[in-house]
Design a binder for this molecule. Structure first.
Ligand code: ZN
Length: 149
């Protein structure tokens, strides 16, 4: 993997992995978010956006200029493989939307129902899709998963 480039493109089978990588602050685009499925289109997207392709498809990896081939099926194994490939997997301040990969910015509120009050805990909002994020129980679960890799 080219360590200069930290932009990733996740293949169709790796949607769950994309969410973890985004929570670790990585720019992790996911092909199905863009409706891209055919191999040639996946390769073109990686090339046009200068992204490292992450895939479980050895043939596809072989055709990409820059690719990481993951071999395990479960997300924990995939995370271990990426860490071994040199990717930093620590939870940063929330920076990327786990749903759409948009950039997050801290919000002062007001926040909608079901979202904590920014006066009580820090809340971030996605600039692209508007979803709110905070370090709640899901954040703790992910932190635990990463700690146990
Ligand atoms: Zn978003």
């Amino acid at each position: 993997m080219d360590s200069e480039s930290d932009s990733l493109l996740l293949d169709a089978m790796l949607g769950k992995l994309a969410r973890y990588l985004r929570m670790c602050g990585h720019d992790a685009a996911y092909v199905l978010d863009d409706g891209v499925e055919a191999d040639d289109d996946v390769l073109a997207m990686a090339r046009d956006e200068d992204r490292t392709l992450v895939t479980r498809d050895a043939q596809l990896a072989g055709r990409a200029a820059d690719a990481v081939l993951v071999e395990t099926k479960d997300v924990e194994g995939q995370l271990r493989e990426l860490r071994a490939a040199g990717l930093d997997l620590s939870l940063t301040e929330p920076a990327r939307c786990s749903t759409c990969n948009g950039r997050l910015e801290e919000t002062e509120g007001p926040t909608p129902e079901g979202v904590p009050d920014p006066d009580e805990r820090r809340v971030w909002r996605c600039r692209s899709c508007g979803q709110h994020f905070w370090k709640g129980s899901h954040w703790d679960d992910v932190a635990e998963t990463l700690a146990e890799l």
